[in-house]
Ligand binder design. Structure first.
Ligand SMILES: [Fe+2]
Length: 339
């Protein structure tokens, strides 16, 4: 379901109450250096982290978590984060999308000593890793494995999600608007009784209302997710800022003012949009409004979709003037430069 359905350098960067010149290091934000390359289709890239993916702990994926880790390792990624679906109170006519944090953490805790260099123990005599750390072809696999959730927003859920954030040692939490008018726009019936422009307008309004109620989130996922499912969208790409600029700008300004990140979700490319979510015009608007902090994820639900579209995404980000992306460990941001 959700898996299937579901200018250059600029001005000043605005964070609450502070103006920071471009390239100024945020207080309390660690800088990570990328030292390797990700050989997607044999082309080197500087995006080495995939911070939006799902495994069989999400209702719309059958991929074993270990297979996702091995695939990420084979691509040369340095870090990934599992952001399993937590769409509490999803409409009952659809399936449940409430992941179990306990089960997820149990499996991540099994995998980390095997594959995550931060958790591997070293044999003091041989100097070798005590974990297997090897894929099926015996190649060494070394990938940092993050524990996250994708929080599906509805107006009555923030308190429930705040408790989750308090109760579990998450690395990263994403906020996602999957519903509008209490329905999932993946399904054709959503589009029957109103114009596409009206439905999409409702979607952005709901998203704006919900992020202002939510406290525990680090990035806003796939802001224009709904445009993937516009009937007939294959014929033209929907230009959201042309029709909904005011509400989209309000969402972006809120993200910036809160010091949060905007996610660039490359799944739009494999969904046939030819561009990530949000669209390049929204990314440019984010830049124009002072936005600099982005996270990057493939929204993979299968091993072969990990980092898919990252090469095109990197080119777009550089054209838009982004010079770095952000990853999270223990809910703390770390910036990684784009080469
Ligand atoms: Fe999503």
């Amino acid at each position: 379901m959700m898996g299937v359905r579901r200018q250059n350098a600029r001005k000043a960067l605005i964070i609450p109450g502070i103006f920071v010149k471009k390239n100024t290091v945020f207080p309390n934000v660690k800088i990570l250096r990328n030292t390797g390359r990700c050989p997607e289709k044999g082309v080197p890239m500087s995006i080495l982290h995939d911070f939006h993916m799902h495994s069989s702990f999400s209702a719309d994926s059958e991929a074993p978590m270990e297979q996702m880790v091995l695939s990420a390792g084979a691509l040369g990624l340095k870090g990934i984060c599992f952001t399993e679906h937590m769409d509490a109170d999803y409409p009952p006519e659809y399936e449940s999308f409430e992941a179990d944090p306990s089960a997820i953490l149990k499996e991540i805790s099994r995998l980390r000593p095997l594959y995550d260099p931060r958790f591997r123990s070293i044999n003091p005599e041989s100097g070798e890793s005590c974990g297997s750390g090897r894929g099926p072809d015996s190649t060494d696999v070394s990938v940092e494995i993050g524990f996250g959730l994708e929080l599906g927003m509805q107006s009555h859920l923030p308190e429930r999600y705040e408790k989750l954030a308090r109760d579990w040692p998450f690395d990263f939490l994403t906020a996602s608007q999957h519903l509008t008018l209490k329905k999932d726009p993946y399904y054709p019936e959503v589009w029957k009784d109103r114009s596409a422009k009206e439905i999409i307008g409702c979607y952005y309004e709901e998203q704006y209302d919900n992020i202002r109620k939510m406290k525990e989130w680090d990035t806003l996922s796939h802001l224009d997710y709904i445009i993937r499912y516009i009937p007939g969208r294959q014929e033209s790409v929907y230009d959201s800022p042309a029709f909904h600029r005011e509400i989209i700008a309000a969402i972006l300004e809120y993200v910036i003012a809160q010091g949060k990140c905007l996610e660039v979700n490359s799944a739009g490319i494999r969904h046939g949009l030819g561009q990530p979510n949000p669209a390049p015009s929204i990314l440019m608007l984010y830049r124009d409004l002072g936005g600099e902090q982005i996270t990057i994820g493939s929204d993979a639900h299968t091993p072969e979709h990990i980092a898919l579209g990252f090469r095109e995404t990197e080119e777009l980000l550089l054209r838009c003037g982004f010079s770095a992306y952000t990853v999270f460990y223990s809910r703390m941001p770390h910036t990684v430069p784009l080469l």
